[in-house]
Design a protein around this ligand. Structure first.
Ligand code: CTP
Length: 408
């Protein structure tokens, strides 16, 4: 299925706002993800930034109103909106938002939007008083009603030094909204509900110490993002990690295996799939101490006890309710990879298991890459070369699409 932004033709509209400098970063990020980014700058935008900036980061043309009145103008004003998969206006000023809401088309950007057949996303950026003004609110609402996707704005510090609602979202967040929107348009998992777990659980010893493991959560978060790219509704159950939540995911933060069990059982009731990428602690201290243990109390004797096996509990639930329809597990092994993974596949009643050798230094815990073998319930075993965790996520979701189609 690949990266949702790859080869996507995006028209970036840039309006007059100090947030213009962030628009250049957005153009760069989109280009790095494989999108083909042309830009249209309004006259006001050119007071802040030049077309050359966008041309330089994207390698594509940056248009201005001069192109509208040039010899190609009659093609340009309609053509820009037609040859595009998505129009993104970031920053979107109060003035341009008002024009779009009322069908005013007195410059190349507003003309292109009026003639466009593709989806439009706007990222408003303006003074808080301007954004919350009833006129702007009515305009934004009217655009929303017509299917325009409104990303942000955020509450935060403005260039004026004041703080309020009107700050443009950060480029990385706008990128997340673009992925969410594109996924909803054409993703292969549209209408599907997925539950993904990620990270290593924390089993408290005392008020400040815990037993955990080296899982970074990266693989689970990559799966959540890839599922959103494919239009799925995603619940991400995350053990402690500082990774940022993919835009569109419903994130539930937990610490312990017991809390993860509760969150999983509550979330999978009507889910199409559960992907257990989390590294769940197998043991926990039997009686965690509420206060911080002190050396004065001597060396603690920590009695361990088993944590609940989440996948086994899910297997039981599934026998009664039929949900989740597909269950995918992981097997992090340090020896006899295939054999151990096969045993877990059967024991935990999985449809697919993703096995990886944790002794490799370039794959598994904490790295950005992974080398996996997939084993399914039909007995198929396939090993893959070293891949990025994003590629592994995409691979797992390709298999999920096939499994879900086979059930239809
Ligand atoms: N898992 C789970 N509940 C647990 C432990 C693990 O649901 N208490 C899930 C993991 O999220 C993973 C799969 O089971 O998807 C395999 O995890 P792993 O730690 O490799 O297996 P264990 O069941 O812990 O078996 P072993 O200790 O023998 O390796």
């Amino acid at each position: 299925m690949g990266n949702i932004l790859s080869e996507k033709r995006i028209l970036l509209g840039v309006c007059g706002s100090i947030a213009c400098y962030k628009a250049a970063d957005l153009a760069s990020k989109l280009t790095q993800q494989g999108a083909i980014v042309s830009t249209v700058l309004t006259a006001a935008a050119q007071q802040f930034i030049t077309p050359l900036t966008f041309q330089s980061v994207s390698g594509q043309r940056a248009f201005t109103d001069q192109d509208l009145w040039g010899s190609e103008g009659h093609i340009q004003h309609v053509g820009l909106g037609h040859q595009t998969d998505l129009i993104v206006i970031a920053p979107a000023s109060a003035n341009t938002i008002a024009k779009l809401a009322h069908g005013i088309c007195d410059n190349l950007l507003t003309l292109a939007c009026l003639a466009a057949t593709c989806p439009i996303l706007i990222a408003p950026a303006m003074d808080s008083g301007m954004y919350t003004h009833p006129a702007t609110q009515a305009n934004v609402e009217s655009l929303r009603q017509r299917g325009v996707y409104v990303a942000g704005p955020a509450i935060g510090r403005m260039a004026s030094g004041l703080s309020g609602l009107g700050r443009m979202l950060e480029p990385s967040e706008i990128l997340g909204h673009i992925r969410l929107l594109l996924g909803r348009q054409e993703g292969k998992l549209r209408g599907r509900r997925l539950v993904v777990t990620a990270g290593g659980t924390w089993e408290p010893i005392d008020a400040v110490r815990a037993i955990t493991n080296r899982s970074s959560g990266k693989q689970g978060f990559a799966i959540a993002q890839a599922a959103i790219d494919q239009g799925a509704e995603v619940t991400l159950i995350a053990a402690p990690t500082n990774l940022s939540t993919p835009v569109g995911a419903k994130r539930i933060d937990i610490h312990t295996a017991q809390e993860m069990l509760g969150a999983v059982l509550a979330s999978v009731q009507e889910a199409d799939a559960l992907i257990m990428a989390a590294a769940v602690a197998d043991y926990r201290p039997e009686s965690p101490v509420k206060e911080k243990l002190s050396k004065d109390q001597g060396i603690p004797q920590i009695q361990l006890t088993l944590t609940p096996d989440i996948l086994s509990a899910v297997a039981q639930l599934r026998t009664h309710s039929g949900f989740p329809r597909v269950v995918i597990g992981f097997a992090a092994e340090s020896s006899d990879l295939i054999e151990h993974a096969r045993q877990k596949l059967t024991r935990k009643k999985l449809d697919l298991i993703v096995a990886n050798d944790i002794t490799a230094t370039d794959a598994g815990f904490g790295t950005d890459t992974n080398r996996v073998t997939l084993l399914d319930a039909m007995g198929n075993v396939q090993s893959y070369p070293l891949m990025s965790k994003d590629e592994v996520a995409d691979l797992i979701l390709q298999k999920l699409v096939v499994l879900l189609e086979a059930m239809a």
